[in-house]
Ligand binder design. Structure first.
Ligand code: PLP
Length: 348
């Protein structure tokens, strides 16, 4: 059967009426890749749920197809979001698809160029504020009452509904739930959604057990780990640079109900994980590398049982922010255009 996006695929599990026009770009159906190297390093069976292959390059598309479909069905003509980048990229694309206006608030200076390019190319109206994500989000929420716009941040309940399809896909592929589920945590919507998805499959008898949920924040941006909001969050992983997560409670519930934990990882270990993934052919963005850094950390601490199955969600594509890839590599050598100089440059 051809893939027609997550709503058509999981229609019976999503609250969408039969007659509703579905706004989709064919999101979902992303690869679940076995990682030979991470499996060898940890003694686990490690899989990578590579969300970078979604239409706009991040998992945000799973929720956005729902949010924009519902907004369009309600007659809304404009959507608004605050974003560290990927939400705006996704909102802009799906709004364009639906013929709606998209307004985006971004924190100045902290949005990766690829993500900004996406919002702009799809015709979103982008406003940069002199402040961080949390401030942008606060303003966004206040716009919804007085102005005719629908907020499509992860506080929009349809976003979280759509994102649970990631858990369905993992279980459909493995024909069970993993033992450990590892995921980056920013606003904490995604970990909340995955936990919901797993529980739903369990309740319907489609899986026999639930995974332990481990969420990872960056050390300089770890409000849930600390137990209080961080006023000026800092991390190179801009997609999880969030000091006041909207779904704080959802993340805590997922961790405590599943016997997992919300942990933090250093920027240095995130960068190492980023390079490790790239050397196995998988280009994921920095924030997406946090669960891999976390996997290695928990495994080194002996907290993960060998032989068990772990899934790391790689939330977004590395091409979103190529500057980190380029900065860590030597510049290509420039040589004369003939076979001898080329062969010499290669060291043949
Ligand atoms: C949005 C995003 C996250 C964080 O997801 P939350 O649902 O906010 O916790 C992580 N990684 C990437 C690439 C993202 O775009």
């Amino acid at each position: 059967m051809t893939w027609r996006g997550v709503i058509e695929q999981y229609r019976s599990r999503l609250d969408v009426d039969d007659g509703t026009h579905i706004v989709t770009l064919g999101e979902g159906n992303t690869p679940l890749l076995h990682s030979q190297r991470l499996s060898e390093k940890t003694g686990l069976e490690v899989y990578l749920k590579y969300e970078g292959t979604n239409p706009t390059g991040s998992f945000k598309d799973r929720g956005m197809t729902m949010a924009i479909t519902k907004a369009a069905a309600s007659g809304a003509e404009a959507v608004v979001c605050a974003s560290t980048g990927n939400t705006s990229a996704s909102a802009a694309a799906y709004a364009a698809r639906a013929g709606m206006l998209c307004v985006v608030l971004i924190p100045s200076g902290n949005v990766a160029s690829g993500k900004l390019a996406q919002a702009l190319v799809h015709g979103a109206k982008v406003v940069e504020i002199k402040g961080n994500f949390d401030q942008a989000f606060e303003i966004t929420r206040k716009l919804e009452g007085p102005y005719p716009v629908v907020v499509v941040n992860s506080t929009n309940p349809y976003r979280l509904e759509g994102q649970k399809t990631g858990a369905f896909e993992i279980c459909d592929r493995l024909e069970r739930a993993p033992d450990y589920h590892l995921i980056p945590v920013g606003n904490a919507g995604n970990i909340t959604s995955y936990w919901r998805g797993y529980r739903e499959y369990k309740a319907d008898g489609l899986i026999g057990s639930l995974p332990q949920m481990f969420g990872f924040q960056a050390q300089g941006s770890a409000p849930i780990v600390l137990g209080y909001p961080v006023e000026s969050p800092k991390t190179i992983a801009t997609a999880i640079r969030i000091g006041r997560p909207a779904s704080w409670e959802g993340a805590n519930n997922a961790a405590s109900e599943s016997g997992g934990q919300i942990c933090s990882v250093s920027d240095r270990s995130i960068l190492e994980a980023y390079r490790l993934l790239a050397f196995e052919g998988v280009f994921a963005e920095l924030a997406s590398s946090a669960p891999v850094a976390g996997l290695l950390q928990l495994s080194a601490e002996g907290r993960l049982e060998k032989g068990k199955t772990a899934v790391c969600v790689l939330t977004g594509h590395g091409l979103k922010d190529p500057s980190w890839a380029i900065s860590g590599a030597p510049r290509p050598e420039l040589v004369e255009a003939n076979i001898d100089t080329v062969a010499r440059a290669f060291g043949f």
